[in-house]
Design a protein around this ligand. Structure first.
Ligand SMILES: Nc1ncnc2c1ncn2[C@@H]1O[C@H](COP(=O)(O)OP(=O)(O)O)[C@@H](O)[C@H]1O
Ligand SMILES: [Mg+2]
Length: 343
């Protein structure tokens, strides 16, 4: 019997478009002889629809205008079909943050990727830091800003950041992705603008000391016995890997394997697996590091539980270089979701 797989795409986060690109890639490549596929689109307003039209119309956004865009009268559809596995090809809030995972869990439907707690912790950059500190995972120095504290004590907070971190710093919404709302500040005025920009996306903001670093990523796959891919490296086209450098610029380069010594590559892989286990990840994650250009110290940057998943994204590319094709990867993720649900 063919397994029924719901592929969720779109979603309410700032990464809606990125998700549509990832999901089209999954839909075009998944083995249709093995699975019955139900693509389920989620609009930016959070309405769910079963979509039966052309896959090409997902990426270009036409899907919402499509005649195949079925909108049951006055109803929000979650699962009007029986499904064996949900594959949330969603990035960011309401997709990667434990909410969809919780919905699957209470419906007893296996869901690809990390579970509820792990998804929420990994989505929240501040909580990831708090948790990993206990295990001495090296991370950039930081200061946390809450919206209400900033409103009341702006001057003091800015002073504290300058004193504790100096410049340059990165300013990030705690829950975010694809670099949306992230800026690099080289001075006080950029710091203030940056914090205010980040506060538009989240009520918690992370200010982090900038590391003069190479960006090294590792793809992890598995549940209790996770495997690490060959690490890759990103060479951003701009001063840092912002939204434009990620998706709009041709000039950002991906290097697999990363240009590090064999020993360093091993260290990075082992640290990635250690972090994956501490955070109780499952299925997959892409663990991103910053490796100091001078000292070669390895800092964790962030953990993505639903990494970019187009055929040319880092996660699948690193696995391809490590001997797993895109199609194999999808099959394994589905099996891992079922195993995890049973175990
Ligand atoms: N502490 C840091 N030092 C140097 N570069 C950083 C630092 N934090 C973030 N960056 C740069 O900003 C980019 C986006 O930050 P990241 O934390 O990965 O956010 P996102 O979840 O949006 O991908 C990184 O890929 C890197 O280029
Ligand atoms: Mg990142």
């Amino acid at each position: 019997m063919k397994k029924k797989i719901a592929i969720l795409f779109g979603g309410q986060s700032t990464e809606h478009e990125v998700s549509r690109a990832s999901a089209s890639s999954v839909l075009k490549n998944i083995d249709q002889t093995k699975y019955d596929i139900y693509p389920i689109g989620i609009t930016k307003d959070g309405l769910w629809f079963e979509y039966t039209g052309e896959i090409d119309n997902i990426e270009n956004g036409e899907w919402e205008k499509d005649e195949y865009f079925k909108r049951p009268e006055g109803q929000k559809v979650i699962f009007n079909k029986e499904v064996d596995v949900v594959f949330p090809v969603l990035h960011g809030l309401f997709g990667e943050d434990g909410t969809i995972q919780g919905m699957c869990k209470i419906s007893n439907i296996p869901c690809v990727g990390a579970g509820v707690m792990s998804s929420s912790v990994c989505m929240d950059k501040i909580y990831t830091k708090y948790l990993l500190e206990k295990f001495n995972v090296k991370q950039a120095d930081y200061v946390v800003i809450n919206a209400h504290e900033y409103k009341e004590n702006k001057g003091l907070l800015i002073e504290r950041i300058e004193k504790e971190l100096g410049y340059d710093v990165f300013i990030k919404p705690s829950n975010g992705g694809s670099s949306v709302g992230i800026t690099k500040a080289h001075n006080k005025s950029e710091l203030i603008t940056g914090v205010e920009e980040a506060l538009k996306y989240d009520r918690k903001v992370l200010v982090e000391k900038a590391i003069n670093a190479r960006e090294i990523e590792v793809a992890i796959l598995g549940n209790d016995y996770p495997q690490a891919s060959i690490p890759g490296e990103i060479i951003p086209a701009k001063e840092f890997y912002d939204y434009e450098a990620k998706y709009k610029s041709e000039a950002s380069k991906l290097l697999i394997p990363a240009a590090l010594s064999y020993d360093k590559l091993q260290i990075v892989k082992e640290e990635a697996i250690r972090i994956y286990r501490i955070l109780d990840c499952a299925g997959m994650a892409r663990i991103d590091f910053l490796v100091d250009k001078e000292t070669e110290d390895v800092y964790l940057n962030e953990v993505n539980t639903i990494p970019g998943f187009t055929k040319i994204s880092m996660y699948p590319k690193m696995w391809e270089a490590s001997g797993k094709t895109y199609v194999m990867l999808i099959d394994e993720l589905i099996d891992l979701a079922i195993d995890r649900n049973n175990g």
